[in-house]
Ligand binder design. Structure first.
Ligand SMILES: Cc1ncc(COP(=O)(O)O)c(C=O)c1O
Length: 481
């Protein structure tokens, strides 16, 4: 069978799929996140690669119903998950359109309007940062690539020549700083950039889970005295575990004083710039040299959509630019081809879903989402504050909550074991999903409001599930301190 379907088959397959997606979306407010524990299977699929094709309607039907019936549903309103949202419906349609048109975003010559849309979307988001001078940026596959790009920019800024000659030739030992709660993509980047993972200096956090700035300055001084070469500080705006936001204004000031690049990893939390009411949460972000922001987190986009923004647009080209005879140039264009400002070469149009969502719903829809989720999380935090069973293990800043059980005379190991059992009890039916992590070395239950479909009712049900779990799991006499 060739790949070219006739018109009737194309329409039939398309309508079937859109019907399925439509009923999936209708189910999301009440859809369990996954199957009950006893029905989950994690074995490998063992089918062999088919030599011959089969009826497309039957194949599509089988695979999609398997994915829906047996899948893990991040878009469910009851996924109190990690930072992965329910995608806007418009973004789902945009993804199909991008796949169909398949613009090659590496060069404008093969993506004229698509490149302009991408550029405009970068500008719209960058404008919300409030930078007073020119900026540039590009879409990435997510926060990992954006953080990697930021560190590459910072190295090139601090050690000109490093891109051509490499770290060894510059005879420096670069180090950079981030909090102990910053994302581990920074370790990956340090290894891949050739400065070594030990160059990623992790600074202790305070009670509020923010980078301890006295400890930061002490470490900078110690590193300089030891002949190392500090080049950047990465502040986190919305840590993965707690949603803590480092003190951006103060860190900007430290960076200015020591002549260090100031990167804000706002993969999740930088989206607060979309809310007039809450943008103050990330005050100081406008002093950043570069910013990571992932629309596939708080801006309700499907994977993949990340962004690196920088107030040093010229460095994008000196860091990532290269020449090749086979890439056609567009005469008279003032825009730089994407392959010259990005770690990627051939690339997908990750911007259309953001652009279309903004065109259809407007910036204020994001503002409403952010304000509402913050209010929901604050009410949940207040409830925890009054609870006999739980306490907040970290301040609620963004819509992320860290809870600990109140256990009489319990060791850390006992608390962690109780948390494990609580997560198991809450997630066993598959209805809803929360997780377990450690913050500042202590075990916590982690939950967040990430779906735009999550309402007060879902949080009431989550609370009831948590209470039932503690009643089931904890010995009566031990449950209250
Ligand atoms: C603060 C932070 N930075 C970076 C990342 C990496 O982002 P991505 O998974 O999109 O590569 C994450 C992922 O959760 C994150 O929470």
């Amino acid at each position: 069978m060739g790949f070219d379907f006739d018109e009737a088959t194309r329409r039939q397959l398309g309508y079937e799929l859109i019907d399925l997606i439509n009923s999936y979306y209708s189910s999301l407010p009440t859809r369990p996140v996954q199957l009950p524990a006893e029905q989950r299977t994690f074995g490998q699929l063992t089918e062999r690669m088919p030599d011959e094709g089969a009826d497309p309607v039957a194949v599509l039907d089988e695979v999609t119903s398997d994915l829906v019936d047996k899948g893990f549903h991040v878009p469910s309103a009851q996924y109190f998950g990690l930072m992965n949202p329910t995608p806007t419906y418009v973004s789902v349609l945009a993804e199909a359109l991008v796949a169909a048109l398949n613009p090659q975003l590496a060069t404008q010559a093969r993506s004229q309007l698509a490149s302009k849309i991408e550029n405009e979307t970068v500008q719209w988001i960058g404008d919300r940062v409030g930078w007073s001078s020119d900026f540039g940026g590009t879409f990435t596959s997510g926060g990992n690539e954006a953080n990697f790009s930021a560190l590459a920019l910072a190295l090139n800024w601090k050690f000109p020549g490093i891109v051509e000659e490499g770290v060894a030739a510059t005879k420096v030992r670069p180090v950079f700083y981030s909090s102990a709660e910053s994302h581990h993509s920074l370790d990956k980047s340090a290894g891949l950039l050739g400065i070594g993972r030990r160059a990623a200096r992790r600074i202790a956090v305070t009670e509020r889970v923010q980078m301890d700035l006295a400890a930061l300055e002490k470490q900078i001084a110690a590193d300089k005295a030891a002949g190392l070469h500090p080049f950047a500080v990465v502040a986190t705006a919305g840590t993965t575990n707690s949603g803590a936001i480092d003190e951006l204004v103060a860190i900007a000031e430290i960076c200015r004083r020591y002549q260090l690049w100031f990167h804000v990893d706002g993969a999740y939390g930088a989206a607060a710039i979309f809310s007039d009411q809450h943008r103050g949460l990330v005050r100081g972000i406008e002093r950043a040299d570069s910013i990571t922001i992932d629309p596939h987190k708080w801006l309700a986009m499907p994977f993949a959509a990340g962004l690196i923004l920088t107030v040093h647009p010229e460095l994008l080209e000196t860091t990532f630019g290269t020449h090749t005879p086979y890439m056609p140039k567009v005469a008279g264009s003032t825009m730089i081809d994407n392959f010259k400002v990005s770690t990627q070469w051939s690339r997908r149009m990750n911007s259309l879903k953001v652009y279309l969502t903004l065109r259809v719903h407007g910036r204020k829809a994001y503002e409403e989402l952010i304000d509402r989720q913050l209010a929901l999380a604050a009410r949940f935090a207040a409830r925890v504050g009054k609870s006999a069973e739980f306490e907040l293990a970290a301040p609620q800043v963004l819509p992320i909550l860290n809870l600990r059980v109140k256990l009489l005379h319990a060791s850390e190991e006992e608390v962690e074991a109780a948390h494990l059992k609580i997560v198991d009890a809450v997630t066993r039916s598959g209805e809803r999903w929360i997780s377990l992590t450690k913050v500042n070395g202590r075990s916590v239950l982690r939950m967040m409001v990430i779906s735009y479909l999550t309402t007060e009712k879902h949080l009431d049900e989550l609370w009831a599930a948590l209470s039932a779990a503690t009643a089931e799991v904890l010995p009566k006499a031990a449950s209250v301190r």
